[in-house]
Design a protein around this ligand. Structure first.
Ligand SMILES: [Zn+2]
Length: 107
């Protein structure tokens, strides 16, 4: 397989995968020796999904939509994510941007 980013021939590697701050383990992947881009194999993707389900992390990545409330944009936090983070209604949180495309909400 060639790297879709730089065209270099990719090498097989075992790469760690983390999700929601937890290490899920190491999985079979192809890694580009030049730009270090990592692509997990199809089999590895299935294993990652399975491991995420075992750890109760499945479904924590969800699509959201922004809405308006007065002058503020509001984002709904799906129930599963709220439960995972133990967020409660009325709780004070800290919100800040991290770069130009990431919003961080800290409980
Ligand atoms: Zn590359």
């Amino acid at each position: 397989m060639e790297c879709p980013i730089c065209g270099e021939k990719m090498k097989k590697a075992k790469e760690p995968y983390s999700f929601a701050g937890k290490k899920l383990g190491e999985f079979e992947a192809e890694k580009c020796p030049k730009c270090k881009e990592v692509f997990f194999t199809e089999g590895a993707s299935d294993q990652i999904d399975k491991r995420a389900k075992e750890l109760g992390l499945w479904g924590l990545r969800q699509e959201g939509k922004l809405g308006y409330s007065g002058n503020s944009l509001i984002v709904r936090v799906p129930k599963k994510i709220a439960e995972f983070l133990n967020l409660k209604q009325g709780q004070r949180v800290s919100i800040h941007p991290e770069g130009k495309d990431k919003l961080v909400i800290e409980a």
